[in-house]
Design a protein around this ligand. Sequence first.
Ligand SMILES: NC(=O)c1ccc[n+]([C@@H]2O[C@H](COP(=O)([O-])OP(=O)(O)OC[C@H]3O[C@@H](n4cnc5c(N)ncnc54)[C@H](OP(=O)(O)O)[C@@H]3O)[C@@H](O)[C@H]2O)c1
Length: 303
Amino acid sequence: MHVQQIKMTPNGPEMSRLAIGFWRLMEWNYTPAQIVDFVEQALELGITTTDHASIYGGYQCEKAFGAALRHAPDLRARIQIITKCGIETMCEAKPQNELGHYDTRREVIIETAEKSLQNFGTDFIDLLLIHRPDPLFDADAVSAAFSQLKKDGKVLHFGVSNFAPWQFDLLQSRLDFPLITNQVEISPLEFNVMHDGTLDQCQQHRIVPQAWSPFARGGLFTGTEAQAQRVRAECEKIAQEIGATGIDQVAIAWLLKHPAKIQPVLGSGKISRIKSAANACSLELNQQQWFRIWVASKGHGVP
Ligand SMILES: NC(=O)c1ccc[n+]([C@@H]2O[C@H](COP(=O)([O-])OP(=O)(O)OC[C@H]3O[C@@H](n4cnc5c(N)ncnc54)[C@H](OP(=O)(O)O)[C@@H]3O)[C@@H](O)[C@H]2O)c1
């Protein structure tokens, strides 16, 4: 199955229907050549979009991915790089941080994006997201940073992550170009955004929401709590009914059925699991199968 490209907004850039996240990259222990091989195999499946953040792996993941791009310089032009800014964490790389906190000041956004460019060894980032809403969020300052980065050609497009609809609206009100995504947690175990206005807003603005942890950080497969057990059992039955090879494919089909055109951000470093998710793009759930998972997850029927 070749994963299709989708437009993130009607006049916006194209990205692949599935993306791969590199949050766990340091756990994979891949050499630069192995990262290149992994990305090349994903490209063969049609997956062109990669998701990163300044803080991933204690600020090491962007550099490790950049080492792979330096190893295979022709790769950069064939992928999209999404990265995120706005969080400071306590770790070895930041001994000056006494605690984790948000920081979305204008100069910090610009400095972080410039550091990301340096880490990746690239001239531009395709999509920069504010990682989380900041209680000290100054919409004018963030807008000024975004506009400067856009004007300098350092970042092509902008979005947010984990934003409530009103926080998205506030930032959008200060920009003269559209935010192109809100990256939020969505899986069969966690889908509040379907009910709190977040995905409605994405439809309203015709922007593609990105789903982080589409398998609930692996909890779909290994969770021992009652909710995970119910959802797993229902997904196993549905897998038989639709000819899916596993519950991972049912979960992907469940996300893709949503009319907001959710773009799942896969977290596995195993190409066989990425391939399995890619093959799920052709699977369809009917209305009852979709709601059986909703009901299993909630533990009650629809009102
Ligand atoms: N914006 C945000 O605030 C935010 C927050 C969290 C994550 N993210 C993004 O979302 C991406 C995905 O998050 P995630 O890693 O939590 O995604 P996930 O796909 O929900 O979970 C990945 C975990 O599940 C395991 N797994 C995946 N497929 C499996 C399968 N078929 N069978 C058994 N285990 C399986 C993986 O293990 P293996 O590696 O061994 O396959 C890995 O440990 C991240 O890389 C990051 O880019 C963004």
